[in-house]
Design a protein around this ligand. Structure first.
Ligand SMILES: Nc1ccn([C@@H]2O[C@H](COP(=O)(O)OP(=O)(O)OP(=O)(O)O)[C@@H](O)[C@H]2O)c(=O)n1
Ligand SMILES: C[C@](O)(CO)[C@H](O)COP(=O)(O)O
Length: 226
């Protein structure tokens, strides 16, 4: 089965508070996005990558691709949209053949090869794979001016790569945008197709705030010590 990874890196990184969008910040001398793309290239030799970037940063993307020594001809770059949904949609519109499609946040740069392969295998078997981990904190719902405890055993934290057969995800993204679409699972479910969770990884963090860069740097150091 063909394999496409739509890596969305079209955001501005407002919560990071840096002029340069977080996907281009350096971790141990390499851009965040370099690590993300490298993992997908290492997962499968026949991986095609659609890299979605902010309009004003296509040059930076090109530079990163040139830093990857096994990227030859496997990556196309396109411009993102005004929301994550629109960036994903732009990426999906480049896919014209049946495939397994991974949609991954460019800023989840600690994604592991085993997780990518687990998502692929489950998508082949069940049609989708949405990585998720159990909550490790107590959870409270804040609503209508009050708050109440929720059973954390019933809570899962959702990650990417959210992985689907193209026949499932492509038609779902033809829907009208809704603010409730925070990820691909919500889009596919709204289209009427149930999605299947798979075990995620606690290391697979999304770089969102400055503290996440420190954590990621430490994990990369630990990994390279082995
Ligand atoms: N219009 C957008 C918005 C987000 N993303 C991407 O979606 C991923 C997850 O989004 P998030 O962490 O929210 O990134 P930003 O939107 O850049 O961050 P912020 O919300 O803090 O501005 C990131 O890789 C981001 O680049 C995108 O491709 N296009
Ligand atoms: C897709 C996602 O990473 C799953 O946890 C998340 O929903 C992205 O949220 P953001 O607000 O765009 O960072």
């Amino acid at each position: 089965m063909k394999k496409y990874a739509v890596i969305v890196a079209g955001g501005a990184g407002t919560r990071m508070g840096n002029v340069t969008p977080k996907q281009f910040l350096l971790l141990k001398g390499k851009p965040v996005l370099w690590y993300t793309i490298d993992s997908f290239l290492r997962a499968y030799d026949d991986m095609h990558i659609v890299l979605v970037l902010p309009k004003d940063h296509l040059k930076k993307g090109e530079k990163i691709i040139n830093q990857l020594d096994h990227a030859n001809g496997k990556i196309v770059m396109i411009e993102g949209g005004s929301t994550r949904f629109h960036s994903v949609k732009a990426g999906l519109q480049t896919i014209e053949e049946e495939a397994v499609v991974f949609v991954h946040d460019g800023v989840r740069c600690l994604i592991s090869v085993p997780l990518i392969r687990r998502c692929f295998n489950q998508a082949i078997e069940k049609g989708s794979a949405i990585p998720a981990v159990a909550a490790t904190d107590s959870i409270r719902i804040v609503k209508d001016g009050t708050h109440y405890i929720s059973d954390r055993q019933q809570v899962r934290i959702i990650q990417t790569p959210q992985t689907f057969l193209s026949t499932i995800i492509l038609p779902a993204f033809e829907q009208q945008y809704d603010e409730a679409f925070t990820d691909e699972a919500t889009v596919v479910e709204a289209y009427g197709t149930p999605v299947h969770l798979t075990e995620g990884e606690y290391d697979n963090i999304k770089i969102t705030r400055p503290i996440d860069l420190l954590i990621a740097e430490r994990i990369i150091e630990d990994r390279s010590a082995f």
